[in-house]
Structure formats: C-alpha cells, structure tokens
Ligand binder design. Structure first.
Ligand code: COA
Length: 162
C-alpha cells in the first residue's frame, strides 16, 4: 500500500491543485491531501473551512482512496505518522523550482526514505495560484473557471461578508 501526502496551504484549493491530485491518484494507492494548519500565510479561510471544502470536493468528484487531514509541525513527522512514502508537489514553472528544490532537499535531510515527487499540472494551470484567485474575487473579476464550484460559492460569500 503506497501512501502519498499532498501538502499545501490550499487557501483555497484550485483546479490546478485538483489536476495534480488526480495525477497523484494514478500513481499511489492512497493520497492524503494535507492542509497546513499553522501556515505563515495568514490564510483567508481557516483550517476547518479549507478542510471542509476539500472534503466536499472528494465526495462530489467521487475520488477513491483520497482523504483530507490538517497538520501542524514538521511535514515529515506527519508523513511518518501516516506511513507515507512520498510527498507530492506541483511544479508549474521554473519560478517554483528554487523553493521546491530547497524544501525537498531539506525534507530529505530529515527523512531520506520519504521521496518528494513533482508532478506538472496541465499547462493551462501554470499561471494559477491561490493568491491570484483571492485577488480576482476581491476585485470583482471572473474566477469561475479556476476553482471548483463549492470554492467559487464560498469565496464569493466570504468576500461579500468582508
Ligand atoms: N495549481 C494552482 N496553484 C498551485 C499549484 C497548482 N498545481 N501548486 C501550487 N500552487 C500554489 C498555491 O496555491 C500557493 O499559492 P499562494 O502562494 O498564492 O497561496 C503556492 O503555489 C504554493 O503553495 P502551496 O503549494 O500551498 O504550498 P505552500 O508553500 O503554501 O505550503 C508547505 C508549503 C505547507 C507544504 C510547507 O511549508 C510545509 O511543509 N510546512 C510544514 C513545516 C515544515 O515541515 N517545514 C519544513 C519544510 S522543509
């Protein structure tokens, strides 16, 4: 049973993240989407909301062998606890590389049997990230094509409230 974690802040999860997740599902027996609880990013959606949105998507898309959990502390400690053999990261463009390279090598110093696996999303998602989606929402742009429907609705509500 090969288990992989797909970690991130997911504030909120986008169609680009789902593209990476679906690719990971082809490679591993089980994928745990792992939401970073104590992100340094001061997320718009709190931990519970981010997890709930992802849980709804897993159910709606009928993803098999995918679950979602939040974590605190070191990612590799959580990976060991879950008996994961790999960490999935999306690589969209060269600009991602330096940060990802540093993180993968640092994680390897802590757990050299846990492999970081980089997957490239479809090229239509290479320019997408969560901040740009939040900005579009805040400034009244059209962001429907970039996120799942539940995220679209929840983000509109959230922006309307703030
Ligand atoms: N499609 C769309 N957007 C994507 C994407 C894809 N396929 N892949 C990444 N992104 C975006 C994210 O939305 C995010 O955008 P944002 O900055 O606008 O929010 C950005 O790329 C990268 O974020 P993400 O993939 O969520 O990772 P992160 O850098 O926020 O999270 C952790 C990194 C949480 C995995 C990392 O900090 C961690 O492991 N923390 C735990 C502590 C630890 O172990 N530290 C030691 C690390 S060596």
């Amino acid at each position: 049973m090969k288990i992989a974690l797909y970690p991130g802040t997911f504030d909120p999860i986008t169609n680009g993240h789902l593209d990476v997740l679906e690719r990971a599902m082809e490679l591993f027996d089980k994928v745990i989407v792992t939401v970073a609880r104590n992100s340094t990013k001061a997320p718009l959606f709190d931990e519970q909301e981010r997890v709930e949105l992802i849980r709804e998507i897993i159910k709606r898309n009928r993803y098999k062998n995918v679950s979602v959990e939040s974590f605190d502390g070191l990612l590799v400690h959580f990976a060991r606890k879950k008996k994961a053999v790999a960490l999935i990261r999306g690589l969209r463009a060269i600009s991602d590389f330096e940060y990802e390279f540093q993180m993968a090598l640092m994680n390897r110093t802590q757990a050299n049997k846990i492999f970081t696996v980089f997957l490239m999303p479809h090229e239509k998602y290479t320019y997408l990230n969560s901040s740009i989606v939040r900005e579009l929402a805040r400034l009244g742009g059209d962001f429907k094509d970039f996120v799942p429907l539940n995220v679209y609705k929840r983000l509109k509500e959230k922006i309307g409230l703030t």
